[in-house]
Design a protein around this ligand. Structure first.
Ligand SMILES: *[C@@H]1O[C@H](CO)[C@@H](O)[C@H](O)[C@H]1NC(C)=O
Ligand SMILES: *[C@@H]1O[C@H](CO)[C@@H](O)[C@H](O)[C@H]1NC(C)=O
Ligand SMILES: *[C@@H]1O[C@H](CO)[C@@H](O)[C@H](O)[C@H]1NC(C)=O
Length: 364
């Protein structure tokens, strides 16, 4: 296998691509098929009637009700029986023991909105299921939740943060500051950082947690949200470039998590949502293509000096119109949540891919 057979994780020259290519070129026999020349984010969902998720939601003691679709009465089960199959290889199974060995004594921090909460909850449930009798603690202090597995000295921390850049209370009101990231002081000293932001950039009205938006000296009442997102993400990227030593800290960006509120995106009517969906989209193509913020993420990460790995979950999650809580989330039958994901569910695959990236990096 030569360099020519490398496939690309995205259009970016990311670390993962290089690792895959080098393994493929130099050590094709020793490198298992999970990584060698394989884009793990390109593939399709496969139904397997005997597959079971890495944990049963009923036995994860700290799973938040909003994600616990089975407890909230979701009647169907097939959405728990799909596994992600990359086109060019088999995916590694999540091995909690191996994960714990690799991360022993280390601190992982998720920073972002409720999609980070979704992935953090999935990972903590996966680890809990791997070591059901081990001593763990879960502490919440303000916006920070810390899950510690004491026997391994592993900390998996979540810091809720919708924009990454700062929102500051000033005389005129709450100001979203696209160029300011004092928040970042709390992100130092971790072995692995996993960032995400997007969904809150779209909120208007009562759900919008700011009154003004500031860019340089200019303060506005509003602006194009995608442009604002790009500006904020660029500020974050500069923070990473000047504050993170990639030799000691692994930086991951959790890609844009798609919603399913408009069936037109997958060739159904515009009034169709995730509600009542019980099957993924078959094959590996999502009719609507990538959402605009995913393109922004690619652009911004592509300009960074620091090696940041994109956990490119966008397309594989776009295919899972059946994976959301819909009427089985926090608001129950009053609501229709097509933004978050049921747990067990799709974020378990995100973590399986995160694990694959870890294993891959360990091979260097
Ligand atoms: C289906 O899942 C079972 C249980 O996880 C596994 O042993 C089996 O290999 C899977 N079958 C296929 C075709 O992947
Ligand atoms: C669990 O770990 C904590 C922190 O190390 C310790 O204080 C506590 O005594 C341990 N509990 C058990 C049951 O081992
Ligand atoms: C969706 O519709 C387009 C245009 O009619 C068609 O080309 C495409 O194959 C359809 N995709 C799916 C998944 O049905």
């Amino acid at each position: 296998m030569g360099i020519g057979s490398c496939s690309f994780v995205s259009s970016l020259p990311l670390a993962l691509v290089l690792v895959s290519c080098l393994n493929g070129a130099i050590d094709a026999k020793a490198a298992p098929p999970e990584v060698s020349g394989c884009n793990i984010f390109q593939g399709s969902w496969v139904y397997n009637d005997s597959y079971r998720p890495p944990y049963d939601s009923a036995t994860c003691p700290f799973l938040e009700t909003e994600f616990d679709c089975q407890k909230n009465g979701r009647p169907d089960h097939p959405y728990l029986r799909y596994t992600w199959k990359p086109s060019a290889c088999e995916l590694l199974r999540f091995d909690g023991e191996d994960f714990a060995r690799r991360m022993k004594g280390k601190k992982i921090l998720f920073v972002g909105d409720s999609l980070s909460l979704n992935q953090w909850q999935s990972l903590t449930c996966m680890l809990h299921a791997s070591f059901p009798s081990s001593n763990y603690t879960l502490n919440r202090a303000g916006d920070v939740s810390t899950f510690d597995i004491h026997d391994y000295g592993i900390s998996v921390v979540l810091s809720r943060n919708a924009f990454l850049v700062d929102v500051v209370k000033e005389k005129i009101g709450r100001v979203l500051k696209l160029d300011s990231i004092v928040n970042g002081n709390a992100w130092k000293g971790y072995d692995m950082l996993i960032f995400n932001t997007w969904h809150w950039w779209l909120h208007t009205g009562r759900k919008q947690p700011w009154d003004y938006i500031q860019q340089g000296e200019t303060i506005r009442k509003d602006m194009d949200r995608l442009v604002a997102f790009k500006e904020g993400l660029t500020t974050w990227s500069k923070w990473v470039d000047s504050n993170i030593d990639p030799a000691t800290t692994t930086v991951i960006f959790q890609g844009i998590s798609p919603t399913h509120y408009n069936g037109k995106e997958w060739n159904e009517s515009s009034t169709t949502t995730c509600d009542g969906q019980t099957q993924p989209i078959s094959g590996s193509k999502y009719p609507a293509g990538p959402p605009p913020p995913a393109t922004v993420v690619n652009e911004v990460l592509g300009k960074m000096a620091t090696e940041v790995t994109l956990l490119d979950i966008t397309k594989l999650s776009q295919l899972r119109k059946d994976g959301h809580p819909s009427a089985f989330g926090s608001e129950g039958h009053q609501g229709n949540d097509c933004s978050h994901w049921c747990l067990a569910g799709v974020p378990d695959t995100w973590n399986q891919l995160l694990y694959t990236i870890l294993v891959n990096r360990g091979r260097r």
